[in-house]
Structures are given as C-alpha cells and as structure tokens.
Design a protein around this ligand. Structure first.
Ligand code: ADP
Length: 320
C-alpha cells in the first residue's frame, strides 16, 4: 500500500451512470455510463449530434439530466455545484464574453475567482496571446478566441478540465502547440475530458476514448486497442496463379477484395504470417507488399456504420 493511500481519493474522478437527456422528443443521451480516472486524457468522440456536448454539459453541472447519476471528484454535480466550479475548468464551444473586454482583463477577472490561480501572464505566453493582451474580445480572430477560452478554462488550476472541440478553428501549428500544452498540463496531474471529432487529435492526446453515436456509448478503450480490434490489412500485386480459395479459407482472413490491381486482405490475429505462409506454399511471390494497421479512424467508421445498420434493422420506422 502506498504512503498516500489513507487520504488518497479514488482513482475514479468522474463517474457517469445511466445518463439520459431528452430535448422534447429527441433522446440526446440514452443510458450513457462512463468512468474517468484521475490523470488521464479521456476523449469523447462521435459524429455530429451524437450527444457529446450534452454529456459534457451534464458532467460540468450546466445541464440537469432527465435520469442518471453523475459524480465528479467524488461529489454529486448538483449538490456540490459551487465547490466543483472551483475545481473544474470548462471550455465550451461558445464562451460568452463581453465584446469590449480585453484579453488580459478577461484572464485576470477569471483568475480573481480562484484561490490559487495560474499567472495570467504565463498563460498568455503559453497560448501565444501576449501580443493580443490589450485587444478587445470582439476584435480577436476565431483561433485567438479559441485559445483564450482554453486559457480561461485552465486559469483556476482545475483538477479536471472539460474541453469541447479544443482545436476547432486553429491552424495546424496552433493545434500542435495546444496539444503539447495539454500534454504538459496532464503531466502535472490534470485530468482532461476532451470532446473531439478529430481522430488525429484523439490518437495523439487521449489515453482512452468513448465513442458515442446516437446518444449511446458504442465502445470505450485506448485508441490503439480500438484500431487493433479491427485488425490488419495486407495488400500486394496479385498474380494470376494465386489460388484465392485456399487464401480465403485461412481463419485469420475476414475479407479479400481487389482494389486498383492490388489484392487487399483484411483480417485479425497473425494475419501477415498466415498470408505469407500460404503464398510460400503456393510458390507465389507477392510484389509491392504493404501492411497497414487499422487506425482509430477505421474503428470510428466501422463502429458508426455498424450502429447505423443496427438502428435501421431495429427501428425501420424511425427513418421516415
Ligand atoms: P454533439 O455534441 O455530439 O454534436 P449534442 O449533444 O449537441 O451532440 O446533441 C445531441 C442531440 O440533441 C442532437 O440530435 C441535437 O440536435 C439535439 N440537441 C442538442 N441541443 C439541443 C437543444 N438545446 N434543443 C433541442 N435539441 C437539442
């Protein structure tokens, strides 16, 4: 047992159980359960309308769910809303600031709400907003507003930061810089919930992700495991003497197709060894061989397509 154990809080920092949210007839969030551990960057992924923003608004205590239980830092989000405002930083898609407020003023104002805030000057520098310190909010570009909203979410040294579409509207360089900033802060112990539809961002930053679709969690895992679950793809230039029937019979193979003169073989397990073994048996020499591991992006596409297909079968009337 570690020395800190008696007073150490649970490693679970956010618990969402059976969350349900309706807007009129629309079920935006349908029985979502998520558990987030201290110190991780947890991604909430999904296509538009999946229920991501609604879910994080509930975790942030900004929206009352119709059903379900949410605890953050071991506290019920509504019963302890005041205390949690001090300990949770929130960057939502639209941050409402007065047009005339200057960047530094806004940061200093937000800093004044907290007992031990970060130094606004340091944050200005970290988010490359120094030159805009005296610029009014209304005169900032989209990317600058975005960076300011990140700074405002972090200024109170939160234990949990909820960041919705962190880098939308940022140019590639600012995006990379923001990723490194978030990584650096995570390394100091911050837990981050990141809502994103950028697979590259999730792959780069997130320790684990939950994939939401039509208000439900379709999968929760590390980005690498989600990709690996789909397996691998090996492709090469096919030669006429290759016996496809024998190849298709291999247990590792899920699908064989021809694309642009190349044979594309998808499968799981020790796919590459199995395919090469079969080619050797058949004395076929593959040319221009390429092996690819499935990515989070592939998993996203596959899982959302599978969910759509299930929905179409289960509720044919819903499409009408
Ligand atoms: P996401 O963030 O994944 O795009 P949202 O949580 O914003 O998804 O929305 C989930 C569903 O709820 C969508 O169908 C959306 O149209 C609907 N919705 C979101 N906010 C409202 C609202 N204020 N009033 C009515 N419907 C809403």
């Amino acid at each position: 047992m570690s020395v800190a154990a008696p007073s150490a809080p649970s490693t679970e920092i956010v618990s969402v159980q059976n969350l349900k949210v309706r807007y009129g007839d629309t079920i935006a969030v349908d029985d979502v359960s998520i558990s987030i551990r201290r110190g991780e960057i947890f991604g909430i992924l999904g296509p538009n309308g999946a229920g991501k923003t609604t879910t994080v608004e509930c975790i942030a205590g900004l929206r009352r769910p119709d059903d379900g239980v949410i605890t953050v830092l071991g506290l019920d989000v509504h019963a302890h809303a005041r205390e949690l405002r001090e300990r949770v930083g929130v960057q939502l898609q639209t941050s409402e600031l007065p047009d005339k407020i200057q960047v530094r003023e806004a940061l200093e104002l937000f800093a004044s709400f907290y007992a031990d805030p970060m130094d606004p000057a340091e944050l200005l520098s970290l988010l490359r907003l120094e030159e805009k310190a005296t610029t009014r909010y209304v005169n900032l570009s989209g990317g600058q507003r975005q960076r300011l909203s990140i700074a405002l979410a972090l200024v109170g040294r939160p234990e949990l930061a909820i960041l919705d579409e962190l880098t939308t509207g940022l140019d590639p360089q600012s995006r990379r810089e923001t990723w490194r900033l978030i990584e650096g802060i995570r390394d100091e112990g911050l837990t981050v919930i990141l809502v994103t539809h950028f697979m590259e961002e999730a792959e780069y930053l997130c320790d684990r992700v939950a994939l939401l679709h039509h208000g439900r969690v379709r999968a929760t895992d590390t980005p690498a495991n989600l990709g690996a679950g789909l397996g691998q793809r090996i492709s090469f230039r096919a030669t006429p003497e290759l016996d496809l029937t024998a190849l298709r019979a291999l247990p590792e193979i899920r699908a064989v197709s021809e694309q642009g003169g190349r044979l594309v073989i998808e499968g799981t397990g020790d796919l590459v060894a199995a395919v090469i073994g079969e080619l050797v048996t058949q004395r076929v020499v593959p040319e221009q061989t390429r092996v690819e591991q499935s990515t989070l992006d592939d998993a996203f596409v596959a899982l959302t397509a599978q969910a759509d297909a299930e929905l179409a079968t289960a509720q044919p009337a819903r499409a009408a």
